[in-house]
Ligand binder design. Structure first.
Ligand code: PGA
Length: 246
């Protein structure tokens, strides 16, 4: 039985004052039946760690460098994130793939770098609307996940995968539970075929998950929780979503 996981992806939102308020509200809403985490902008990780220390809410980053250390201006290494207690790092979010030209190979290298420091990579995959309309959803997501499986080998079982159809992110247009489940089943089968202990890999759905659609999405057999963007910035709504996962 996979324990459900709900992760807030704050993206480039927040301020020290707003974060303190949001995290206090989340901490007060505990305990949750599922695992809960927030992936915050790097500059806020230290304060987030201090505020959540001792609670069962985990924290993480939204990206990680593929390099261990060195002359990589602007990059943050997995060792640095580990020093601040990060349990998760999102890698390959579609916004990174799109705006920062991240390739499948780079995403795989980032997943490797995270795992090398015992940080669980949350590997994002997902098709654009044009790819879905062109009947290429399965081809695209299996190519994206395949690169990571190839790089991680047996350690692929230690990652979390997030299926995030690009057309559903921040658009208010969510995939139906059946659409999401269909892709999750494909990803689960791919993990199984690769020999990873696929039964234990948590597959999250992301893309306009809200308080009013979380229950039906999380009820699908291969959806093990969610990666939540906009709705994770509102304490009351994020709490409802966290409580929908059980
Ligand atoms: P959204 O974002 O919930 O705002 O659609 C999800 C994500 O990009 O992780």
């Amino acid at each position: 039985m996979r324990r459900k996981l709900v992760v807030g992806n704050w993206k480039m939102h927040g301020s020290r004052a707003a974060n303190a308020e949001l995290l206090a509200a989340l901490a007060a809403a505990r305990p949750f039946a599922a695992d809960v985490a927030v992936c915050v902008p790097c500059v806020f990780i230290g304060e987030t760690a201090a505020q959540l220390a001792g609670s069962d809410i985990a924290w993480g980053a939204q990206d990680v460098s593929a390099h261990a250390q060195g002359a990589y201006t602007g990059e943050v290494s997995a060792a640095m994130l580990a020093e601040y207690g990060c349990r998760y790092a999102i890698v390959g979010h579609s916004e990174r793939r799109q705006y920062h030209a991240e390739s499948d190979a780079l995403v795989a290298a980032k997943a490797q770098a995270a795992l090398a420091r015992a940080i669980t990579p949350i590997v994002c995959v997902g098709e654009t609307l044009a790819e879905r309309d062109g009947g290429r959803t399965e081809t695209v997501v299996t190519r994206q996940l395949g690169a990571v499986i190839a790089a991680l080998g047996a350690r692929a079982a230690q990652m979390v995968v997030a299926y995030e159809p690009v057309w559903a992110i921040g658009t208010g247009r969510t995939a139906t539970p059946d659409q999401a489940q269909a892709v999750h089943a494909v990803l689960r089968a791919q993990l199984q075929a690769a020999g990873a202990d696929a039964a234990g890999v948590r597959l999250l759905y992301g893309g306009s998950v809200k308080a009013d659609n979380a229950v039906e999405l999380f009820a699908m057999p291969d959806i093990d929780g969610g990666l939540i963007g906009g709705a994770s910035l509102k304490a009351a709504e994020f709490t409802v979503i966290c409580n929908a996962a059980r």
